[in-house]
Write a protein of this length. Sequence first.
Length: 239
Amino acid sequence: MTVDPVPIARYAALLAHPTRTAICLALIDGRAWTSGELARHVGVAPSTASEHLTSLVSAGVLSEVRQGRHRYVRLAPEAGQLIENLASTAGVVMSAPTSLRSGRVATDLLFARTCYDHIAGRLGVALLDALVAHGLLLLSVGASLTSDGEVWLKSVAPGTDLSVGRRPVVRPCLDWTERRPHLGGLAGSLLRTAFVDRGWVLQRPRERGLTVSSAGEHGLAELLDIDVQSLRAGAVSTL
């Protein structure tokens, strides 16, 4: 089979620009930002940000949503996976905190954060490990839920139909801080939504870091034997 290398090279060149990479990293949690917000975040002129966004939207890296006078953009799921993998391959690590707030944010990101629409960080890795340990997920050949795993997921996220859509049910997503996979795919998205709906997982506005409530600590311990306090302590000791 002959593969045309030109489209791949063009796509890679698009992400090779530092400003466009910074924009993608800002959008990695799956939320939508305006052009002005992104310009301020990455430190460029609004006109410069707009040019970069147009290129990224045209290439399918970002999707665009218009609401009234505002133009919002968000990262496409496949692009989010690619950005996380590139960060891990490039050896990107968390920078040392320079203030009390930045220390708190860095700890939050190490402990638990969003990766597009699923949970990453120590909690995301622990979630995948727990599913494997309980016989709900197989990683021997690719990644797939066991029959017990499908029943379990439907009990945690009622109304789930795993046959709908083209998105993989399970996708190990390489975690850029833990250097091990966390749970991505449809299952990862469903569990994050279920945990948020139950009040187990909380997220501050405009931040990727996640926190786990006391109800969440108890619930995750009962559901999958996950020790949240140990995971949180491990994130703090890493810094």
